[in-house]
Design a protein around this ligand. Structure first.
Ligand code: 7TS
Length: 405
């Protein structure tokens, strides 16, 4: 399929709206993406004509809803090339997937003094669950530092790995610097030390082709809403042998084989980790979103977004007082920056009045802000429907704001 951004934009109804009488320039895609009509329709059609609780009923609608939900699991499996649908656990999102692993893997495999390694560029959701575990179990949390360009210092990771290291948990792509971390290489390093690798794919799945078997990571997590799907649904991929050995995360319906007051046995994978009624409408709509981007082609999406990011970086470098963060060549679709003499919040607020939506603040990565010695940054993040004209509007908007100070 030919990549035509004009055609793609027609699929996203929200992109035609105006804010403050100006065309919306939506550049906060790392926070959440807008939804194509097919995803919106999938949600409304399922509620209009299928809705019934899954896995429970013998009746027609329940079976049809179950089919859609389980077909969605197969779509996710195929999208990230997992071996089996037993390895695809539906969750509420990246945050819940990370908490699930911290809680369940922590319970099964971590003892006092065992080490978990994260990186300096992690989102809080890949820091705090491990700190909670540290408080509970006395594990040791170590941190891979970054250089000022925003690259992980892999030689320092090598030095951090010890016989007590059980798990390394890192972002595939940073939500601030957009660094694409060499997770395949990291998996080799980590496995050579007998530890496991968890990859936070919240910012990679929407932008680059992911193959969990090729990466050979042990866990991979992502959120539906960042990849044009609905809010409230996400994925935990885990190698089957590993998930099999982990205890349930939550108890309730769906996750049991048999319950007596004396003893309860658990369902097979992946249901052991899916207590309660799942968001089966959300999983179906997520599958529709993944099919939508697959149809366009992840390579074409990556190329389009790379061109936008390069253009933004090039033009923004020319702005007086500009400080860019994250200067790796192959970076993803995010540009984080500050302008000397202008608070990032003022910049964001003034750009908003021009119809340009960017993010400001710490981006849930306060340790990263501490690395750069700032309280916050402005951040523009791109998606498949953004255009060169929007990048130019951003640059012109920043220039206009800058002249006001
Ligand atoms: N990990 C990374 C790398 C993220 O970017 C985010 C969300 C999360 C985890 C958490 O995802 P959730 O769907 O469970 O909330 N990042 C952002 C952001 O950059 N701006 O808003 C949310």
């Amino acid at each position: 399929m030919m990549f035509s951004v004009d055609e793609i934009r027609k699929d996203f109804p929200i992109l035609t709206r105006e804010v403050y009488g100006k065309p919306l320039v939506y550049l906060d895609n790392a926070a959440t993406t807008q939804k194509p009509q097919c995803v919106i329709d999938a949600i409304s059609e399922e509620y209009c004509s299928v809705n019934a609780n899954v896995h429970r009923g013998v009746h027609f609608l329940s079976q049809q809803a179950t089919q859609l939900h389980e077909d969605a699991r197969e779509v996710v499996r195929n999208f990230i090339n997992a071996r089996s649908t037993a390895e695809i656990v539906f969750t509420r999102g990246t945050t819940e997937s990370l908490n699930l692993v911290a809680s369940s893997f922590g319970e099964a495999f971590l003892k006092e003094g065992d080490e978990v390694i994260v990186s300096e560029m992690e989102h809080h959701s890949n820091i705090v669950p491990w700190q909670l575990l540290r408080d509970k179990k006395g594990i040791v949390l170590k941190v891979i530092p970054i250089d000022d360009c925003g690259r992980l210092k892999l030689e320092e990771l090598e030095a951090l790995l010890t016989p007590r290291t059980r798990l390394v948990s890192v972002a595939h792509v940073s939500n601030v610097l957009a660094t694409v971390n060499p997770v395949k290489r990291i998996a080799e390093m980590v496995h050579a030390h007998g530890a496991l690798l968890l990859v936070d794919g919240a910012q990679s799945v929407p932008h680059i082709k992911v193959d969990v078997q090729d990466l050979d990571c042990d866990f991979y997590v992502f959120s539906g809403h960042k990849v044009y799907g609905p809010t409230g649904v996400g994925v935990l991929y885990g190698k089957e042998a590993l998930l099999d050995r982990m205890p349930p995360y939550q108890g309730g319906g769906e996750m049991i084989a048999r319950v007596t007051f004396e003893k309860t046995t658990y369902e097979r994978l992946p249901y052991k980790f899916e207590a309660g009624t799942p968001d089966y409408v959300g999983t179906h709509a997520l599958a529709v979103a993944l099919q939508y981007v697959s149809h366009i082609g992840m390579e074409a999406i990556a190329a389009h977004e790379h061109a936008l990011t390069q253009l933004a970086m090039e033009q923004m470098r020319g702005i007086k007082g500009m400080q860019l963060y994250g200067e790796t060549d192959d970076k993803g679709a995010v540009v984080a920056f500050n302008i000397e003499g202008i608070h990032h919040l003022d910049l964001g607020t003034l750009l908003d009045r021009l119809g340009i939506a960017i993010r400001t603040g710490h981006h849930c990565a306060q340790p990263l802000m501490q690395h750069y010695g700032v309280e916050g940054m402005a951040r523009a993040s791109f998606a498949l429907y953004n255009t060169k004209a929007e990048v130019e509007a951003l640059v012109a908007g920043i220039e206009r704001v800058r002249r006001m100070f």
